[in-house]
Design a protein around this ligand. Structure first.
Ligand SMILES: Cc1cc2nc3c(=O)[nH]c(=O)nc-3n(C[C@H](O)[C@H](O)[C@H](O)COP(=O)(O)OP(=O)(O)OC[C@H]3O[C@@H](n4cnc5c(N)ncnc54)[C@H](O)[C@@H]3O)c2cc1C
Length: 393
């Protein structure tokens, strides 16, 4: 049962005026071990990003290429004014350490301190942290201060080093669609919200016939083993537990442009640390299906939910990006703004100290990224852990 009208949860894609708009900019890291185990990558027709990023800093755009993947572009990185030789050596060392295993975040051999502290203690220069490491990982953790556990950082960094960053040809929702298509027909019931949960019974706003009894509030479904696979806040609410720490929010604006403002399929980071835009991506540079012929789709990610009027926000973003890409930005047409108040659960330093077990009480099992880590891989892994725990019960 799922409250939404289509499967996917936080991984959804909408067709809009010939464009494909993912609900917030997201990517699949091909090295995710659980995703490799479960997904058919070939059928997803994964389209790869350039390994590296542009950094917009002090009016100039710099390309930082991953020298292991793009040796021909390595000189841009090795000669870049954004990093020191010490930074380059440290990145090499960290890359080797993080890529050495495919362990999930909770098992990573680093202290559960904040990512910001980890990067500082590792010895990266102030300017490299500010220009590249901070905006890059702000865009992944969707929080401004990198309070997220260094174990999560180590996992993501390792996954990027072991594999590639990709988008399915026809949008991120192709991932849950592939999983849903494998299920027996009629086993998914959409538009069905759980409004009450007790051990052994759930009340749904729309239900059906499996051992169901109508009540004043909805349909009661009884079960021996029930899995509550909702997000952290809904799970806490339904179980009468204290609300979880403030989740990570993001805002994503989509624009149609005549052509891509970037000359490689890489993201472009705000390396100045000023303004409201964290990064810009052009999904149609990665997969042509994201935009109709003759157009480019530009996605702009902000961290959190800026308290600005919607129309003012679009103008503010256009003005800021005109400083990056020139006056052509003023001709971009705004397609949509997605405010996503719950994008990821809070994963601050220390979050991996306590084991979060799938069994909550007799007959009640939990599942979701809040039990593992906020990623597609974490959500898939949690699903397997819960299924295995029930089979062992
Ligand atoms: C903007 C954004 C960017 C992200 N970027 C990345 C990325 O680049 N790479 C990556 O790996 N991960 C990324 N993530 C994280 C990743 O998408 C999530 O960790 C993962 O999708 C969580 O899956 P889940 O099944 O745990 O939860 P969800 O996807 O939230 O699924 C919960 C389900 O419960 C349903 N539900 C909720 N309440 C009820 C109710 N009362 N009754 C019935 N059903 C209910 C919902 O409809 C939903 O289908 C991103 C997430 C967002 C939002």
């Amino acid at each position: 049962m799922d409250a939404a009208e289509a499967p996917g949860g936080r991984v959804r894609t909408d067709a809009h005026e010939g464009f494909l708009l993912d609900r917030g900019f997201q990517v699949l890291l091909t090295a995710y071990p659980e995703a490799q185990r479960v997904l058919d990558y070939q059928q997803l027709h994964l389209q790869r990003f350039f390994s590296g990023a542009f950094v917009q800093r002090q009016g100039q755009r710099h390309l930082l290429a991953d020298p292991w993947r793009h040796p021909l572009a390595a000189s841009t990185t090795l000669l870049s004014p954004l990093s020191t030789w010490g930074d380059r050596l440290r990145i090499g060392r960290l890359r080797a350490q993080a890529a050495a295993s495919a362990q999930p975040p909770a098992d990573r051999p680093v202290e559960d301190i904040s990512t910001a502290d980890f990067l500082r203690h590792y010895g990266f220069s102030q300017s490299f942290q500010q220009a590249f490491l901070h905006p890059f990982f702000r865009g992944i953790f969707l929080e401004p201060h990198l309070h997220t556990s260094a174990r999560m950082f180590h996992f993501v960094f390792g996954m990027m080093a072991r594999g590639e960053t990709s988008l399915p040809l026809s949008g991120m929702q192709a991932i849950p669609r592939q999983l849903a298509n494998r299920l027996p027909s009629a086993s998914l019931r959409m538009n069905t919200r759980c409004v009450q949960w007790t051990s052994g019974a759930a009340t749904l706003t729309d239900g059906g016939d499996i051992a169901a009894n109508r009540t004043a509030t909805g349909t009661e479904v009884r079960f021996r083993h029930g899995i509550l696979a909702t997000d952290a806040a809904t799970t806490a609410h339904l179980l009468g537990l204290p609300a979880p720490p403030t989740p990570r929010a993001t805002t994503c604006l989509y624009f149609a442009a005549q052509r891509s403002p970037l000359d490689r399929p890489a993201i472009c980071l705000n390396g100045d640390g000023r303004g409201i835009v964290n990064h810009v991506a052009v999904p149609s540079d990665i997969s042509p299906r994201y935009a109709p012929p003759g157009a480019a789709l530009v996605s702009v990610t902000l961290i959190g939910s800026p308290a600005i009027e919607p129309s003012t926000l679009v103008d503010a973003v256009r003005r800021e990006l005109a400083g990056w890409f020139g006056d052509g930005v003023r001709a971009w047409s705004h397609l949509r703004t997605d405010h996503i108040p719950f994008a990821q659960p809070n994963q601050d330093a220390g979050c991996f100290q306590a084991a979060r077990l799938p069994r909550h009480a007799d007959g009640t099992w939990l599942c979701g990224d809040h039990l593992t880590d906020a990623s597609i891989d974490g959500a898939l892994r949690s699903g397997r852990f819960t299924a295995e725990a029930i089979l062992d019960a």
